[in-house]
Design a protein around this ligand. Structure first.
Ligand SMILES: [Zn+2]
Ligand SMILES: [Zn+2]
Length: 318
């Protein structure tokens, strides 16, 4: 596999093709770069390693995947609070650059950066986030001057590098997760953290380098989780959100002219969409989070057509 581009490399490619997006992409670049950097740093953290090892039990993983339950759903995050706090320290100042976040910055700092309550708040918010526990998030937000939606959004941002570090420890040498083996995972949400995907891609044909024969014809669809960074295979003719499947379910929306494989896949049933890139139509191996941001011009087209994103991101959330 060719080495994956960094956030900056992918955004530079996009800016060269779409100069109109330069200002806004430059504004968001530090957020994504800092997340990627923290995830790399935390992958070697002893507490993260111990946590990953504990959830990695093969039998348990297989059983969960077969039942369609995300690996981390309902799991306690004890021991990871410090890692979440570290991310908050680094990321909150960047997040507060967003206009919508400015009025909440004091409340967010108070929430994530209280040394005496690290376990209760940082670990609690990570658990609630990954378990889809809206009530739990609401309880944590209550009395702290935060709307649940704002806490949810900020928590997703701050917890992401910790989850990414965990996910990176679950992958094999080819970068594949155990959930992709034998087509075990069939859901549209993430096999590790349960979030809906932020972007999808169609793969290229692959050669087995040792034997020089074709092991995959290409064109298989994969979804990428913007929260924990996991990727998984998914059926091309099905909607990840509502599960509807069939030849007339998924439609494409793409720019006329050279689109470099970029398009939106949207569901005629529930009208949710996911940016998707056909890697057979472009060079290089883009950083998927950066490319999702780089395709924000399509988010605007989708909004005009009253489609809704599968997963909200900081550029289409407020
Ligand atoms: Zn995930
Ligand atoms: Zn749908």
């Amino acid at each position: 596999m060719a080495s994956r581009q960094t956030v900056s490399q992918t955004l530079a490619d996009v800016m060269a093709r779409r100069p109109a997006l330069k200002t806004v992409l430059r504004a968001f670049e530090p957020l994504l770069s800092a997340q990627a950097e923290l995830a790399g740093q935390l992958a070697d953290d002893a507490r993260v390693a111990a946590f990953a090892l504990a959830v990695q039990d093969e039998g348990r993983q297989t059983e969960r995947a077969r039942q369609g339950i995300a690996l981390l759903a309902g799991i306690g995050f004890s021991g990871l609070g410090e890692a979440v706090r570290l991310c908050a320290e680094r990321l909150l100042p960047l997040l507060n650059e967003l206009e919508a976040m400015k009025p909440r910055q004091d409340a967010l700092r108070a929430f994530f950066l209280q040394p005496s309550k690290t376990a209760e708040l940082c670990e609690g918010v990570a658990e609630a986030l990954v378990s889809g526990d809206e009530g739990g998030l609401g309880n944590l937000a209550q009395g702290r001057g935060l709307e649940p939606a704002v806490l949810h959004f900020a928590a997703g941002f701050v917890v992401a590098p910790v989850l990414r570090a965990v996910t990176s420890r679950l992958l094999d040498d080819d970068g594949q997760g155990p959930w992709d083996k034998q087509g075990m995972w069939k859901e549209g949400f993430c096999p590790v953290c349960g979030a809906l995907p932020v972007i999808g891609w169609l793969d290229r044909s692959r050669l087995d380098e040792k034997n020089a024969f074709l092991v995959g014809g290409g064109g298989k669809k994969h979804l990428h989780c913007g929260l924990c960074g996991a990727a998984w295979q998914f059926r091309r003719n099905a909607c990840p959100a509502c599960g509807k499947e069939g030849n007339d379910v998924v439609e494409f929306l793409r720019e006329s002219g050279a689109a470099h494989g970029e398009r939106l896949d949207w569901c005629t049933g529930c009208r949710s969409y996911c940016p998707t890139v056909d890697l057979r139509e472009r060079e290089g191996d883009p950083h998927m989070d950066a490319l999702a941001l780089g395709m924000m011009h399509l988010d605007m087209v989708a909004a005009r057509r009253k489609l809704r994103p599968l997963r909200r991101s900081f550029w289409n959330a407020f």
